[in-house]
Ligand binder design. Structure first.
Ligand code: AMP
Ligand code: TRP
Length: 335
């Protein structure tokens, strides 16, 4: 079986409230890889149900993530866009990898600790095994590169460890490539607009904490205007942002949206008050985001089209995963 050298896999959970962190930390980077890599972009609905999802909302949110992919510039003709639950290889490989990965590895996962909260006994078994399903997503296609935001780094390390242990246990050196994380750009960790020390997240109770991929131009401008900052003007250098989480976050967002570095943004705005910088950031955000949100809305008014994209994507995904699973079954000794 031939090993692809440039195969990208990544996923986003259909859990609603897609936000600027998802866009800048992940989806926008997915778009850029299409010229150089063979890409699979998945809507990971099986990951979403590790915490409760209303069935009707899950379906709508699945279409929303697919629409966000396409509206952001992912071409579902050239690359593969699909939802995870349509391809049974993910679940099948996840079970086998559950028997390869160690409990000790999962016990170290910080995302589980955060999401399970204090009452860990009440978390689903799926939430605990989540990183193993993620490893299966990637390895079912023997993907080599995985673009993600910084919060997924630890999960990627677990995927690599699991791949390595599988290869060792079943005496199949190099069967699974060790997937490389691609954590790219100036906004690998976008922070809450209300608290620069917390990650921007879909589940923050405050709507003002995040810019979503459904926000109108007015919403975007309002949220930036209200973003938490400090009374100092912008510094001259990146070092000057240390200890100024709110300011650092807005400069990082500006940098990512404009395709510049933080240093270049500061060269332009050093000494500026937030009363000047915030409107400039709002204009830039509206300019970059509204064409995408408008196109997303248009696509979501045509669910039949989105469903057909996901269905065709799943057929192509199965064609890649099925031979991998067949080989895994042989290696394990299933008859
Ligand atoms: P999720 O919404 O958890 O499915 O995340 C989808 C993608 O967005 C993953 O690659 C995450 O690492 C990325 N992501 C989520 N939140 C942020 C954030 N605040 N900043 C940057 N990237 C993020
Ligand atoms: N765990 C990722 C997140 O929450 C989503 C995800 C699931 C993923 N499977 C993946 C990302 C495989 C990259 C590769 O952001």
């Amino acid at each position: 079986m031939e090993q692809p050298r440039n195969r990208v896999f990544s996923g986003v959970q259909p859990t609603g409230n897609l936000h600027l962190g998802n866009y800048l930390g992940a989806i926008r980077n997915f778009v850029g890889l299409q010229e150089t890599h063979e890409c699979l972009y998945c809507v990971v609905d099986m990951h979403a149900i590790t915490v409760w999802q209303e069935p009707k909302e899950l379906a709508a949110n699945t279409r929303e993530v697919a629409a966000a992919y396409i509206a952001s510039g992912i071409d579902p003709e050239r690359h593969i866009v699909f939802n995870q639950s349509k391809v049974s290889a993910h679940a099948e490989l996840a079970w086998i990898l559950n028997c390869v990965a160690r409990i000790g590895w999962l016990n170290r996962m910080t995302q589980f600790k955060d999401k399970a909260g204090k009452d860990r006994e009440k978390a689903s078994v799926g939430l605990y095994a989540y990183p193993v399903l993620m490893a299966a997503d990637i390895l079912a296609y023997r993907a080599t590169h995985v673009p993600v935001g910084e919060d997924q780094k630890q999960h990627l390390e677990l995927a690599r460890d699991t791949a390595q242990k599988f290869n060792n246990d079943f005496a199949a050196p190099d069967f699974f490539p060790l997937p490389e994380p691609l954590i790219m750009g100036e906004a690998t960790r976008v922070m809450s607009l209300r608290d620069g020390t917390k990650k921007m997240s879909k589940s923050d109770p405050s709507d003002l904490s995040r810019i979503t991929m459904r926000d109108s131009a007015d919403d975007i401008a309002k949220k930036i205007r209200k973003a938490q900052t400090d009374p100092e003007p912008l510094p001259e250098t990146v070092e000057g942002l240390a200890g100024r989480a709110g300011a650092d976050n807005l400069v990082g967002i500006y940098a990512a949206l404009s395709g510049k570095t933080r240093a270049e943004v500061l060269a332009e705005f050093s000494g500026a008050q937030f009363s000047v910088f915030k409107p400039a950031l709002a204009d830039l955000a509206v300019e970059k985001l509204t064409p995408i949100t408008t196109e997303m809305k248009r696509l979501m008014d045509d669910p039949a089209y989105i469903d057909s994209v996901l269905e065709k994507g799943a057929v192509r995904a199965r064609a890649i995963a099925d031979p991998v699973i067949a080989r895994v079954r042989e290696l394990v000794g299933f008859i």
